[in-house]
Ligand binder design. Sequence first.
Ligand code: ADP
Ligand code: NI
Length: 217
Amino acid sequence: MDQTAITDSIAAQMRAKFDREPTGHDWWHLHRVRQLANRVLESEGGDPFVVDLAALLHDVADWKFHDGDESVGPAKAREIMEALNVPAPVVFHVCDIVATISYKGAGVATPMKTLEGKIVQDADRLDALGAIGIARAFAYGGHMNRPLFDPEKPPTLHQDKDAYKHDKGTTLNHFHEKLLLLKDRMNTETGKQIAQQRHDFIRQYIEQFLHEWNGTD
Ligand code: ADP
Ligand code: NI
């Protein structure tokens, strides 16, 4: 099987598995992350096979939906790639990206070791920003039974993964606890450029949200 056939097969598997996933981690998120990652790769370089596989597999078993267990995602990714005889060094590289890509709170560093990892992490984070990022945040918040906003609940800058995972906050707080922090955590110059305008759009959205909330619009 050549690289295109392998990527096509994994894309088809992911599409079938995550077709109507309701928390913003659906097939189209994977598709957009792959597209964004390739856009970043065009100016930054990198191995397109590793980037495609990591983009398609990065959310295959997110720790947030597996009781905080970070080993399920890489194990599942490995199983899917090994079934298609992906070369061992590529499997190792992609599993390492899947294991380390995720955001785990404001005070938790999640450095990526390789250029391909930096690219896919940037692409994943870009999809949490802008108009789509806002839609995904409210979809996730609804799924987790979070209120839209509570003026009496200030945001928390979480210092560890468990505090971040178990926070009972509001979706608007998530903008301060994660989304607005992403711009300064981008790895690549291309990622930073795309992030800036998506970041500004979110800031403008929050401003309007609060005006409407307070009746000052
Ligand atoms: P990552 O891919 O960095 O791990 P997540 O899986 O945490 O990202 O986030 C995926 C999407 O779900 C993002 O758009 C993010 O904003 C949203 N999300 C995650 N946690 C929350 C939350 N507590 N409230 C609202 N949205 C959330
Ligand atoms: Ni993702």
